[in-house]
Design a binder for this molecule. Structure first.
Ligand code: CIR
Length: 254
């Protein structure tokens, strides 16, 4: 699938007030984050995406993790209801942007969904049930997607923030997974590359327009992905990681 657009939002100066489980002895640095974010945008442009760049939302320090606010397919954009109270409301600012390009539907209370829990592989969707995405939200999303001819299944996320913190599609019928998803019954039918425990963060790799965007500093994972013989681009994500985010989280591709 080739994407033509990506929605991206500038991080705000108060980004370090976002939600995080990381210990962060070394406090998150805005200037470095801005550089990393600009590099991310440049890479998206270089692989053929028109970047729709939104302004920071001062009331929502995590709002540059736009992925959580919508699940977009070729047929429909589903506006989510993010699971964390601090993030509710971000989706309202994304809905009108997506409505310019796609038909939109939405997840309704009491259903909650974070886009980080939703992985599309061809015509199939894995919908992670996590601390952010509840069963009701996952079922609502699945029913909407089912109405457009997609298949779907819910999957328990267990430890970790989102499903895509642990499992991502990297092309060639292959999933990149953390050890906790190694051999998972629901992932049968795909080849898997298992990330070493010491590099689990690297499971959040973004496959877009035949390129793999991977976080810099995970050499074992890099070596394993090299075997796929695809174009790989490494990006620094140190400051994003401090806020529990990664490469998939910072854009909505469609
Ligand atoms: C949060 O906890 O909501 C943000 N600090 C990180 C969200 C990362 N989003 C993603 O993985 N899709």
């Amino acid at each position: 699938m080739i994407f033509t657009r990506a929605i991206v939002r500038k991080p705000g100066k108060n980004f370090a007030q976002g939600l995080t489980t990381a210990a962060n002895d070394d406090s998150p640095n805005y200037k470095i984050l801005v550089k990393q974010h600009e590099a991310y945008i440049s890479v998206l442009r270089s692989i053929g995406l028109e970047v729709i760049l939104l302004d920071a939302l001062p009331d929502h320090p995590d709002a540059y993790f736009v992925e959580d606010t919508a699940v977009v397919t070729a047929d429909v954009a589903v506006i989510t209801n993010p699971g964390a109270d601090a993030r509710k409301g971000e989706e309202k600012t994304i809905a009108p942007v997506l409505a310019q390009y796609c038909k939109t539907e939405k997840i309704r209370h009491p259903g909650t969904v974070d886009g980080g829990d939703v992985l599309q592989v061809g015509k199939h969707f894995f919908i992670g049930v996590s601390e952010r995405t509840n069963q009701e939200g996952a079922d609502q999303l699945g029913r909407i997607l089912g109405g457009y001819g997609y298949t779907w299944a819910t999957i328990a996320v267990g430890a970790g923030l989102h499903f895509k913190s642990s499992v991502n599609y990297v092309g060639k019928n292959t999933l990149l997974v953390t050890q906790s998803f190694d051999g998972h019954e629901q992932l049968k039918g795909y080849d898997t590359i298992v990330v070493d425990r010491s590099e689990s963060y690297a499971a959040n790799t973004l496959f877009v327009n035949d390129h793999l965007l991977i976080p810099r500093g995970y050499p074992d994972t890099r070596k394993k992905l090299d075997a796929l013989k695809m174009e790989i681009i490494e990006l620094d994500t140190s400051e994003v990681r401090k806020m529990d985010g990664g490469l998939t989280c910072m854009s909505i591709r469609f």
